[in-house]
Ligand binder design. Structure first.
Ligand SMILES: N=CN[C@@H](CCC(=O)O)C(=O)O
Ligand SMILES: [Zn+2]
Length: 416
């Protein structure tokens, strides 16, 4: 037996067990074990159950014990949609939005994403890496054990690769596990203005093959939006990426209803994200094909847009995940407490649905539900311990974190 960790006496052990992703009523079933315990061997969960039974089933020595009496134990949070590798800031744009300019107006007059592109192109890999590392440290302290990160602030071969290399290097140098997405189709760069189709050709012919050859990304994502990339352009890119082994994600129906959700269903994408303006038909098709809807309430909050119809999606059978969308423009926060507050207070999700959406369904949104997102035998031991005895204390504490301990692959990597 390798190194062992025992967590015992948990007032509430929230397992999030069951088939994944969770849909409908199953999102409310957290598989809670009262007075629960977990045994971890060599970073993998090997036993889960009531403390008394689990203790009597342990045969060998235990290297480390954590007494979680009076505390709630959950799977680590998975932040399945972020843009955490970037240079520069856009505080002035934020102030313009405060006075009433819209996100797209700023983008149309040459600001927005391409503003961050300029700063990211200028930044050295080392500078980007140090900024990104600090952002991951902050996420870890909020209980995030896996994060998805996108390129998309390069929009040229060298800078897209630089961003992806930053993520590859940070993987393993710090505790948060990184799932990498190529998002060269995040905006049309100035040098391709008015020629979005040609830019897609460039990505397909010049960039995707390098990303695939060097195995720098597991997913390909695209900003499928009016005035950015059309449904046809998005389809062309995602099909080309899929031929090279990359799975599909989409920024879909964020600003207008364009048919991004329908495209996600057609392509059997792993997730469609944002969905503030998704059609009823899009919801129906996503439910049918089990495309994960990754909802980003902090972005709607920051853009002062209506929240995505999470309640309707869950009731229609769509697997719903929640994520931060941490990025320098539309949403400069990776705050899990804020997401929990918005989902429960303003989107009509129950606390249990919100937790399913941040754990097992978020794991499904990065195609890792077989490995992370729940506390079950055989899964990686990514676990958080709260200062309080029940998951109900999460939405109750508004905007502040009550995470006390973070465990990644069976090791305590952060504690209060
Ligand atoms: N909508 C497109 N992309 C990001 C925003 C990126 C930025 O503004 O820098 C998003 O998911 O919100
Ligand atoms: Zn995004």
């Amino acid at each position: 037996m390798g190194e062992t960790l025992l967590i015992k006496n948990a007032a509430e052990l929230v397992t999030c067990s069951g088939s994944a992703p969770k849909t409908g009523a199953a999102m409310n079933d957290l598989g809670i074990i009262h007075d629960g315990a977990v045994l971890v061997e060599d970073g993998i969960i090997t036993k889960v159950g009531a403390t008394a039974e689990l203790l009597s089933a342990i045969t060998g020595p235990v290297d480390k014990e954590i007494d979680a009496a009076g505390k709630c134990v959950l799977p680590g949070f998975v932040d399945s949609h972020t843009h955490f590798v970037f240079g520069g800031y856009r505080a002035e744009e934020f102030s313009w939005r405060l006075r009433g300019d819209t996100y797209m107006e700023i983008m149309e007059r040459g600001g927005g994403i391409v503003n961050t592109v300029r700063d990211t192109r200028l930044a050295s890999k080392q500078e980007l890496k140090e900024l990104a590392r600090k952002r991951l440290d902050s996420m870890l302290a909020l209980g995030v054990t896996t994060v998805e990160g996108k390129s998309g602030y390069g929009l040229d071969l060298d800078t897209e690769i630089k961003q992806l290399e930053v993520m590859a290097e940070l993987q393993g140098e710090q505790a948060v596990e990184i799932v990498t997405t190529f998002m060269g189709a995040h905006a049309v760069p100035q040098e391709y203005q008015g020629r979005s189709g040609e830019f897609i050709d460039f990505l397909i012919n010049e960039v995707l093959p390098v990303v695939a050859e060097r195995k720098l990304a597991e997913f390909c994502d695209v900003f499928c939006e009016k005035g950015v990339f059309s449904v046809d352009e998005s389809r062309r890119l995602l099909l080309a990426a899929s031929k090279l082994g990359m799975k599909s994600k989409l920024h879909a129906d964020e600003i207008v209803q364009l048919g991004g959700a329908e495209l996600a269903a057609e392509l059997a994408a792993v997730s469609a994200d944002h969905l503030l303006h998704v059609s009823d038909e899009g919801i129906r098709k996503m439910a049918e094909t089990k495309v994960v809807a990754t909802l980003l309430p902090a972005t709607a909050f920051s853009l002062k847009e209506p929240y995505a119809r999470g309640r309707v999606m869950i009731d229609s059978g769509v697997p719903v995940a929640l994520a931060s969308d941490f990025n320098p423009g539309s949403c400069f926060t990776g705050s899990i407490p804020l997401i929990i507050a918005l989902a429960t207070l303003y989107m009509g999700l129950t606390p249990a649905e919100t937790i399913s959406a941040l754990t097992i369904n978020a794991a499904a949104a990065v195609d890792k539900a077989d490995k992370i997102g729940s506390i079950e035998s055989g899964k990686q031991a990514d676990i958080i311990i709260l200062e309080h005895p029940s998951h109900l204390y999460l939405p109750y504490h508004i905007g502040v974190s009550i995470v006390e301990t973070v465990i990644k692959k069976g090791k305590v990597v952060w504690s209060k």
